[in-house]
Design a protein around this ligand. Structure first.
Ligand code: UDX
Length: 444
């Protein structure tokens, strides 16, 4: 299959290189000339484990190339994927579809022969209908089928997720397109990954429903964690206790500082907005969104309390800035709100992140950075773990304590065992786990 991937951002690049790795001929297109020039030189614009090598291998094999010339690529393609961004629209929280529609307009005139146009971008229900309308209006001659094929990639594990998906969702109503999409995913199909064919609107909704459900699951366990703290129970045991029930499942039950990232916050909001438009509000998701927004800042207050109620003039070391490990992505990272809340309370912040400091500098003001965890902790009144990078799991507690001003450790990801940290002389606060005394907080 000859595939054009329009949009060489996170989703487009990972999907494009993986399709090439399946044996298809793939051209990744972007209108950012410098990005395409850099990709041609082998420079990958994002940090994603395994991506650089996979790009290099597939470029070498001749199956993957990069271009800014939409016309030529589209003309020569059997399948054109649209993988451009759909950010939250400023002001109303709806998904901004202007990039998707601009691509539809741009490709329409260049479609030659039967071509399947696939939206991979996360788009609200009905977007496929509009993409089809735009293409047919712009080029009534175009022999085209418009398909929805959402992605379920997690940053940091995207290649693995692409190659070993739980399912592939394809929304269409055209038999020829069904054959083409089956061919596109044949290697995975042969590996027993279920191909779920649905209507286009159903497929569009599945993506939002999946992300919203996961956001809700995380938010549920976060609220349980707060309750655990009040009643003297252990949220990790609650997670295990409920997760072993196959109807609930053990994944996405790690309590933490609130979900962030490029998908959950924006997609949950867009779903809530779409549902309101259709006069069918999704109140569980509306509530999830507001709980999660409040939680991120509340984590800042949790740190203030751990330091004794007043951080004015104090220095707090924040370890982990990205919204999760193994990425350099700062979008909607809980660290932003935690740091802001601490700064508002009068603290100075020293941050450290293995990959995210360059992006952090673009979204967080007035913080300084260290070269490693111990550098950040130097002279600090508290260390806060916001993102659970593996290297923080193996910190040398003696060394950490020796460089700090006061040994206060706030672990917003529950990566340590209380006994061990306390044994090293730290005052330790985590999420939803009993204190040393195991006593419940007094009832209000
Ligand atoms: C998510 C979806 O998982 C993926 O299927 C979709 O296509 C894109 O959005 P991603 O944003 O990369 O992927 O990250 P994910 O691993 O899902 O984590 C999202 C956020 O939830 C992170 O901030 C993470 O720390 C948080 N999280 C996740 C928890 O707090 N607890 C959990 O148990 C799981």
């Amino acid at each position: 299959m000859r595939i054009t991937m329009i949009g060489s951002g996170y989703v487009g690049l990972v999907s494009g290189v993986c399709f090439a790795d399946f044996g298809h001929d793939v051209i990744c297109v972007d209108n950012d000339v410098s990005k395409i020039e850099a990709l041609k030189m082998g420079a990958i614009p994002i940090f994603e484990p395994g991506l650089e090598q996979l790009v290099a291998d597939n470029v070498r094999s001749g199956r993957l190339s990069f271009s800014t010339a939409v016309e030529e690529c589209v003309e020569a393609s059997d399948v054109v994927f649209i993988a451009v961004g759909t950010p939250s629209r400023r002001g109303d929280g709806h998904a901004d579809l202007s990039y998707v529609y601009a691509v539809a307009r741009e490709i329409a005139m260049h479609i030659k022969g039967f071509t399947v146009v696939v939206t991979k971008s996360t788009v609200p229900v009905g977007t496929g209908d509009e993409v089809e309308r735009i293409i047919r209006e712009t080029n009534p001659e175009a022999d085209v089928a418009v398909v929805s094929n959402p992605e379920f990639l997690r940053e940091g594990a995207a290649i693995e997720d692409f190659k070993r998906p739980d399912r592939i969702v394809i929304g269409l109503d055209d038999d020829r397109a069904r054959e083409v999409m089956t061919e596109v995913y044949r290697p995975l199909y042969l590996n027993q990954a279920p191909l779920l064919f649905t209507s286009r609107r159903t497929s569009e909704l599945i993506k939002y429903a999946a992300n919203a459900f996961l956001a809700m699951k995380i938010t549920f366990i976060n609220e349980m964690a707060d309750l655990c703290e009040k009643v003297g129970a252990n949220v990790q045991e609650v997670s295990r206790g409920i997760g072993l029930d196959g109807r609930i499942g053990s994944k996405f039950l790690h309590a933490g500082p609130g979900y962030g990232g490029s998908c959950f916050p924006k997609d949950a909001l867009a779903l809530a907005k779409t549902a309101q438009d259709y006069d069918s509000p999704v109140r569980l998701i509306e509530t999830t969104i507001s709980i999660n927004d409040n939680r991120k800042r509340a984590m800042g207050r949790k740190v203030v309390a751990a330091v004794g109620g007043d951080v004015r003039g104090k220095t707090i070391a924040v370890l982990g800035l990205t919204f999760k490990p193994n990425t350099d992505d700062m979008r909607d990272s809980p660290a932003i709100s935690v740091i802001q809340a601490l700064q508002d309370a009068g603290a100075s912040i020293v941050g450290y992140d293995p990959e995210g400091m360059e992006n952090a500098a673009k979204v967080i003001d007035d913080i300084s950075y260290a070269d490693d965890a111990y550098g950040a902790a130097q002279g600090a009144d508290a260390v806060v773990i916001v993102t659970e990078w593996n290297q923080f799991r193996a910190l040398d507690f003696l060394r950490l304590k020796s460089v700090m001003k006061t040994p206060v450790l706030v672990d917003l990801r529950n990566i340590y065992r209380r006994e061990e940290v306390v044994r090293h002389g730290f005052d330790y606060t985590s999420i939803g786990r009993p204190t040393e005394t195991g006593k419940a907080a007094k009832r209000a």
